[in-house]
Design a protein around this ligand. Sequence first.
Ligand SMILES: Nc1ncnc2c1ncn2[C@@H]1O[C@H](COP(=O)(O)OP(=O)(O)O)[C@@H](O)[C@H]1O
Ligand SMILES: [Mg+2]
Length: 274
Amino acid sequence: MSDKKPELSAAMKSKVEPKVFKKNPIIGTKYTIAISSAKGGVGKSTFATNLALALKKTGCKVGLLDADIYGPSVPKMFGINEKPKSDGQKLDPILKYDIQCMSIGFLADQQTPMIWRGPMVTSAIKTFTQKVNWKDLDFIIIDMPPGTGDTQLTFSQEIKIDGAIIVSTPQEVALLDVKRGIKMFDKLGVQILGLVDNMSYFIGDDKKTYYIFGKDGVKKTAEEFKKKFLGEIPIFPEIGKSGDGGKPIVESQPEHQVSKIYLDFAEKIKSIYI
Ligand SMILES: Nc1ncnc2c1ncn2[C@@H]1O[C@H](COP(=O)(O)OP(=O)(O)O)[C@@H](O)[C@H]1O
Ligand SMILES: [Mg+2]
């Protein structure tokens, strides 16, 4: 008797093998980078918008996908009020500051998505990743919603993400959530490029540096989980003002010292891929 095991038919195989999600790349871009933070209000959208603009300044072609379905920020931070055009099949991204942008906020009343349920969110993500005419991009920067919910899961399981950057502030409460976020990405096989410490310190009128939320919290978390620490961004009121004004600081004040910090981040990210 032969001890050769019988081959499983394809139908049988799909029954016995665990479900492996097929990760679809976003068409029209070489690389997709997710900007994530397990907690809201830590400056993820501010980082995503400024990083997109800084990458553009390094000579890359960049798209910005606002995946924060429940709280889109790109319309306000980029000062976009238009609706995207559709060719019947796909939506055209809106070009602003030479960045191709898409956000749920362009399509729905800003408050409407708040009452959406899971399946609608998943379908919005599919539209943004598969039915947008993203064109000839080097990078798409995804501004993720906070947390480890439906959107994060759908993206991590079904979309090919080349790298995730986790933004946090240095307080303990934020870091607890960061740890959850790191574990989620690790579990789902999304490569974490590193952690960014936002609003790390404040430079007073007396020129002294104040670590308002404690020092090195994000750096220590990175070490603990053996992830790269990508750097710090201090608190500058101008960052908030320029975002609220629809023109992020990298675009509105390219000579500002923090714009140079964003440019350093962009060069670091670019050098990983290009
Ligand atoms: N480094 C910074 N210095 C000053 N204000 C900042 C900084 N980073 C973010 N902010 C402000 O903090 C608030 C929350 O930022 P946001 O990017 O919307 O956070 P998230 O997307 O994580 O919810 C905004 O008002 C933004 O302008
Ligand atoms: Mg945001």
